[in-house]
Design a binder for this molecule. Sequence first.
Ligand code: 1PR
Length: 523
Amino acid sequence: MITLLDYGAGNVRSVINAIERLGETIKLVTTGEDILAADKLIFPGVGAFGNMMEILTAKGYVQPLKTYLQSDRPFLGICLGLHALFEESEEAFAVKGLGLIPGKVKRFDIDLSVPHIGWNGLNIRKPSRIFKGLDGSEKLYFVHSYYVSPTDASVVLTTTDYGAEFVSSIQTGNIIATQFHPEKSGNAGQQILNNFLSMGDTAIKPEQTASCTQLAKRIIACLDVRSNDRGDLVVTKGDQYDVREKGIVRNLGKPVELAKRYYNEGADEITFLNITGFRDFPLKDMPMLEVLKQASRNVFVPLTIGGGIRDYTDKDGRTYTALEVASQYFRSGADKISIGSDAVLIVEEYLKTGQKTGKSAIETIARVYGSQAVVISIDPRRVYVKSPDETAHAVIETDLPGPGGERFCWYQCTIRGGREGRDMDAVTLAQCCEELGAGEILLNCIDRDGTNSGFDIELINAVKNAVTIPVIASSGAGCAEHFQEVFTATAAESALAAGIFHRREVPIADVKQYLAGKVAIRP
Ligand code: 1PR
């Protein structure tokens, strides 16, 4: 029996699913007594340090946790569950951590995108029982802006390189804590969890050849989901956002089955977009929550969900905040949520007043779940102009002139699935969303969507160069070469595709095989 400390924020469902898949049963902590009575305790944390410590304090868990940790019983901390062990964090200066391990939690101060999101390797510093069955070349999934800095170097179990070398896991006695998420790290993560659970006592240090670890570029499979005309929830696919063919919604498969297939084929991440979420309240009949719950039972890579994340008042006058909607998604198995239409409206308001209200969906969700959990999905299309003076928007000079020979264009943001253009450009939107606390940009392109003609490199460079958070390049992938192009001609951290995977034109494995040796990837 494993005791799991769920303090109420973040995606514990994945951890539960990963452990149950290994044949263990789980007891959820509901009182401090449960912590004191545990034989093996797992503390997964996603979210923000200050919020986590406040909840642990309010629930009376701080002292039982300290007592448990001092007794040297098996403990596995994940992400914030690692940070909590330290004295303090730059994420919340006024809040004290558990202080079991001397040292503090610092924010990345590097020239690379922050958060550090994706699959990276481990430099193994000392033997541990959690390395059984690993060869040391594995990549694990990270998503964080802060890292631990222990005073005593002997606790360091692994380090990882990202702009600088940072501590990616610690071990002292039976206390093990990782910055990476084993529950989201495919087979390697399952092996680590199994090693922790099975308590074999042989400590192992895998042989390693690489002297420096490297963040892999991510290949993401995207599932656009909606009800078809018969009311079945299907994965569909648009052609420049038009998902109907001869008037009928294209049906390319079932969401849960496709997600499982892509996981098995090597997708580094899976995104679900509820594409009619802007008009149907997503919590009403909750089909997407069920999709997430079922998908997360078999898929052990990160899941992102978008569509309809905004404040909402139902016909009975009950109001739901965007944070409540997002919380339901996280509890159902999502690791990140993605905000589309509402982000444009939030930024319009922000630009009008110049003030952060602290109340927008971006700010409230980032405060509780951390910036790394908030993705902004942008749906732009090109607007050509003869000269930059024609518009106040961020204009680029393009190598692909417009129909009238125009040499300049800007990228107009749309809402409601591309149906409504707004007076906002994609560069400004991305910058403002970063200021408001978003952690990643999913950059679609209506002109390229479903065309198989390659990513819009000019758009991706314009946005990527304007922000310091990671960017997912999306729309237009037609062959493996397009992924190489986007990863060499832009600094995008990941590339997303839909149609070529759904139609089995280019399997994910072929994309990875083609990229191997050219671009850092997770094999
Ligand atoms: O506005 O917060 O409710 O979110 C709605 C979400 O649904 C947004 O993320 C928006 O991008 C998405 N969406 C809305 N309508 C459509 C549509 O297609 N009619 N899909 C839509 C967006 C675009 C991509 C697609 C890539 C790759 N889909 O995600 O998967 O373009 O496709 P490809 O590789 O086949 O070219 P809100």
